[in-house]
Design a protein around this ligand. Structure first.
Ligand SMILES: [Zn+2]
Length: 511
């Protein structure tokens, strides 16, 4: 058996439910996972929760509960959200699980033995919200450079990871792998950070909520050192050559603020462990609201509220269509409602409804034979040539561009109805085969579109196909649709019940 295609999201902190920013990474990962599975690959898609650290401890104390109680409650909201968004992760790892803690302890022991972790004294700063050690030189006007909040002075003895030892090896890896960090702007940023030089870094603290340092229980392992190891603890890859090879990750997905941990610290840890490095570290942008970073404390745009209002597919579509992966985007309920009405309800939903209504009226509800329409033939040829582009762009994570390409077919189809005037063909030219040709082409566009949008909007893809060909409500498989674009239409079959694909929103009804 070959190696599985391995996709990860970062672990989410359990201090509060997820905003749409947190949901975004998981949606992107899910689209990619679904796409790879549809291409016939075996996929291992991992997400999970980060439950240790000072931040969690403080949040729990404020509520008067234990950190574990807080974690259990918030993890419940994560799992519920993933179900609502139809996320198809293969595993969910919690850093408080024994299977994870065992690996963290083992790694710590190994690296101490190797001399890559040593006992030293730390004097510097710590940002609890970011769970990050900071040197004087890294502060920005005395505050945390990442979140802008006050930092606390820290003078303590703890364990250090010999990060500096991996400087040269990392530089070499960056040089030989220009796609190691993507997009290119992040690659350059990380390469510059690397060139500034790596300092050994504290990897334990005198804390009580974390994996205890083996043999020195009063020290807890630093939460980032602990969390990053989930990528090998979940697939049990610390010992290579297990029964199924999963590591290395094909892609680590995350927001740009934590790319440093994934593209410098984590690779150095892996080098220390003699494990291969992930193939790609991909950092996406931030979602803002009204131009400001979405902050949990401001209580804005919880993913759950958005899904409850719009459903999973419109949110999935919006987030991947609105901005190219890697750039920042601004979220608003209004912008989502606009895409819902225009792209989804008007363009796609109406195309389906119009096409099926004409088949019902002109062909007694039976899917037509291929017929004879020159313009339709051209469209079918364009569909055939879009397939290689679709795969190229999906593999390259150009999701926004792919969706634009698909929508150009949907717009084209709506124009095609106006231009070919099926109602006139029905009155004046019923038997020449042109009417069949037009209706056939419309159905073909819809079925191919369903196939293309399936990774993005799985429920919608199925609904489209069920209305067109209810006796086999299956979205055309990539390989079959690509090999024989006309073959997707099952001529002669009766269509299903015609229903609006994207009904009027509750909030619009109120108006
Ligand atoms: Zn901070």
């Amino acid at each position: 058996m070959g190696k599985k295609y391995y996709i990860t999201t970062p672990l989410y902190y359990v201090n509060s439910p997820l905003t749409i920013g947190g949901a975004y990474t998981t949606i992107v990962a899910d689209v990619l996972a679904r796409y790879q599975r549809l291409r016939g690959k075996e996929v291992f898609f991992l997400t999970g929760s980060d439950e240790h650290g000072q931040k969690i401890k403080k949040a729990a104390e404020e509520e008067g509960i234990s950190p574990q109680e807080l974690a259990d409650r918030v993890v419940g909201t994560f799992l519920e959200l993933w179900e609502m968004l139809e996320i198809t992760n293969d595993d969910f790892i919690r850093t408080t699980e024994p299977r994870h803690e065992k690996v963290v302890e083992e790694v710590f022991r190994r690296l101490v033995k190797k001399g890559d972790i040593y006992w030293g004294s730390y004097e510097g700063w710590y940002c609890t919200p970011c769970e990050t050690f900071l040197l004087d030189s890294q502060l920005s006007e005395g505050l945390c450079p990442q979140c802008g909040r006050p930092v606390e002075k820290l003078v303590e003895d703890n364990y250090f990871f010999r990060f500096s030892r991996y400087q040269k090896l990392l530089e070499e890896h960056f040089r030989n792998n220009p796609d190691f960090v993507r997009p290119p702007s992040r690659y350059r940023e990380m390469l510059n950070r690397l060139k500034e030089g790596l300092n050994d870094i504290s990897v334990s603290r005198a804390i009580s909520w974390g994996v205890p340092v083996p043999g020195k229980e009063e020290q807890g392992i630093w939460v980032w050192f602990d969390a990053l190891l989930n990528y090998i603890s979940a697939p049990n890859s610390l010992t290579p050559g297990g029964e199924e090879e999963i590591w290395p990750a094909d892609i680590h997905l995350m927001a740009k603020d934590i790319v440093w941990f994934h593209s410098l610290l984590w690779p150095a840890m892996l080098m220390a462990l003699d494990l291969p490095l992930p193939r790609t570290v991909y950092a996406h942008g931030w979602w803002t609201m009204g131009g400001e970073k979405i902050s949990k404390s401001k209580g804005a745009a919880y993913a759950r509220d958005v899904v409850e209002e719009f459903g999973p597919d419109p949110l999935r579509y919006f987030m991947l269509r609105e901005i190219p992966l890697g750039l920042d985007g601004d979220f608003s309920f209004e912008a989502l409602a606009v895409r819902y009405r225009s792209d989804l309800a008007n363009d796609l939903g109406n195309l389906l409804q119009r096409s099926l209504s004409m088949i019902k009226k002109y062909r007694k509800g039976r899917l037509p034979a291929s017929g004879e329409d020159p313009a339709g033939k051209v469209i079918l040829e364009e569909i055939a040539s879009f397939w290689p582009r679709y795969h190229r762009e999906m593999e390259d994570l150009k999701f926004s561009q792919v969706l634009e390409g698909i929508w150009s077919f949907i717009h084209r189809a709506n124009r095609y109805i106006e231009e070919s005037k099926p109602w006139r063909l029905y009155r004046e030219d019923r038997e020449s085969g042109r009417l069949d040709g037009v209706l056939f082409t419309l159905v073909a566009i819809l079925l191919h579109s369903a196939s293309w949008v399936q990774p993005f909007m799985p429920g919608t893809a199925e609904k489209i196909c069920r209305q067109i060909q209810p006796s086999s409500p299956i979205v055309p498989a990539f390989s079959q649709a690509e090999a024989n674009p006309s073959g997707v239409v099952r001529s002669g079959q009766l269509i299903g019940k015609i229903e609006p694909l994207f009904p009027i929103l509750f909030s619009e009804k109120k108006e």
